[in-house]
Design a protein around this ligand. Structure first.
Ligand code: PMP
Ligand code: PLP
Length: 414
């Protein structure tokens, strides 16, 4: 594929930072190299000496003085090599991307990756397709770019290919104003909890081929799919090199460490890395080395075993929330059971807009939910939904919260 058509002028103009190239060269060279190049500070002046991190049911992660110096120093912009290699092997075994020119880089959370991917591809006035309601962080990254966000209808199975075909029929497949980019959250959507099945993904991919669009697959809840087998990803279907996938460790290892990954066609991942060079330089070396040590000692088997434990926790939380919803909200609300993720998307009966209800009345009743409007392209339009997270509260707290919510709805209805 020729990616030139997809790049913004800013992204196309990015050039490697000469000092970054030297730093990366130096890190690959034998110790006999005397380098007066680069501008790395001397880690002997840094106050941190060593570290030891206890791991639940696992081996301790340790940094002696030598490895600590590396953890405190600048590192390559695409990621620490041993972490990248481990992740590339994992991507291969989970998705086996058919495009031989697939590459990966580490990002500071998937949000950084997404934002840089959008900035690489989206010009003011461009038509961008997504299935709203969608993640508010995506809207926050896209809306200031002055693009036209076009909604593709979705249901509890995510983006609807028939609706996509309908939207795309406004353009001919070669018209220059046709959308170049389609964004979707394929599993446990934030906020809807919706997950796409394989057939829908294949149909969407085919339409992307027909209109020569790129697909941004934002999949932070991939590892939180409650049902096996996990649905094949867009990345696993990508024979052309038109899928850019963002993965996140936020929901499975730590959200505060800020670790994510961009996987996609090499020429596009390269553009993202050039942007990283010019902004954060790289994700924290310490974070990457700490996680890399753990992953290497776990192996893929140990990692997937850890994931299984996380899945079981969230599945129980989901079931508890669904039980309480059934108990308290049956007559006043509607919802679908999510197959992945951490959210329940609830439609309140007889309420036109939840914004005011949540803002003014919910705190009085001591229950907080996210009003659905914040996930809409036009947040001023009335929205009868709220998003409830089953990630943090105990089953008892969720039950009490839904009891309070049911009172709130009944009062607002009358
Ligand atoms: N500004 C100047 C003038 C610098 O020399 C450097 C680092 N060499 C930076 C910014 C970037 O610093 P940081 O590592 O804090 O991103
Ligand atoms: N994408 C979606 C759909 C999310 O729900 C989130 C987090 O809530 C992110 C991206 C950001 O994830 P990260 O913490 O990896 O930046």
């Amino acid at each position: 594929m020729n990616y030139a058509r997809f790049l913004t002028a800013v992204s196309a103009a990015r050039k490697p930072s000469p000092i970054r190239i030297l730093t990366e060269l130096q890190q690959r060279s034998p110790p006999s190299l005397i380098s007066l190049a680069g501008g790395a500070p001397n880690p002997n002046t840094f106050p941190f000496l060593s570290a030891s991190i206890q791991v639940r049911n696992g081996p301790t992660v340790t940094f002696d003085e030598t490895s600590m110096k590396r953890a405190l120093q600048y590192s390559a912009s695409n990621g620490i090599p041993e972490l990248l290699t481990w992740m590339k092997d994992l991507q291969k075994s989970l998705h086996n991307p058919p495009n031989p020119h697939t590459d990966m880089c580490v990002t500071t959370g998937s949000q950084e990756g997404l934002c840089k991917v959008f900035e690489m591809l989206v010009n003011p006035g461009d038509n961008v397709l997504l299935d709203a309601p969608t993640y508010s962080g995506t809207l926050a990254a896209l809306q200031p770019m002055g693009c036209n966000l076009i909604n593709v209808s979705s249901d509890e199975h995510g983006m609807d290919p028939a609706a996509l075909r309908q939207v795309l029929s406004r353009w001919s497949p070669s018209e220059s104003s046709r959308p170049k980019v389609l964004y979707t959250i394929p599993n446990g959507g934030n906020p809807t909890g919706a997950s796409m099945n394989e057939q829908r993904k294949r149909d969407v991919y085919q339409l992307a081929q027909q209109y020569d669009m790129l697909i941004i697959e934002d999949d932070p809840y991939y590892f939180l799919q409650f049902e096996k087998p996990w649905a094949p990803t867009f990345l696993s279907m990508d024979v052309d090199g038109r899928v850019i996938r963002t993965d996140s460790f936020s929901k499975i290892l730590s959200s505060g460490l800020r670790l994510g990954f961009v996987t996609g066609p090499k020429p596009l991942v390269e553009r993202v890395v050039l942007h990283i060079q010019a902004s954060t330089m790289h994700t924290s070396s310490f974070t990457q080395l700490m996680v890399s040590q753990l992953l290497h000692s776990w192996g893929e088997q140990g990692f997937l075993q850890h994931i299984q434990g996380v899945i079981e926790f969230y599945r129980e939380q989901r079931d508890a929330m669904l039980g309480s919803a059934e108990k308290w909200l049956k007559d006043v609300a509607e919802w679908h059971a999510p197959k992945a993720g951490m959210f329940l998307w609830i439609k309140l009966k007889g309420i036109t807009d939840t914004q005011q209800l949540i803002q003014e009345k919910a705190l009085e009743k001591e229950v907080l939910l996210v009003p659905g409007g914040v996930f809409m392209i036009d947040s001023s339009e009335p929205c009868p939904y709220v998003r409830a997270a089953f990630s943090l509260s105990s089953p008892e707290k969720m039950d009490e919260a839904f009891r309070r919510l049911s009172l709130l709805i009944r009062e607002a209805q009358s």
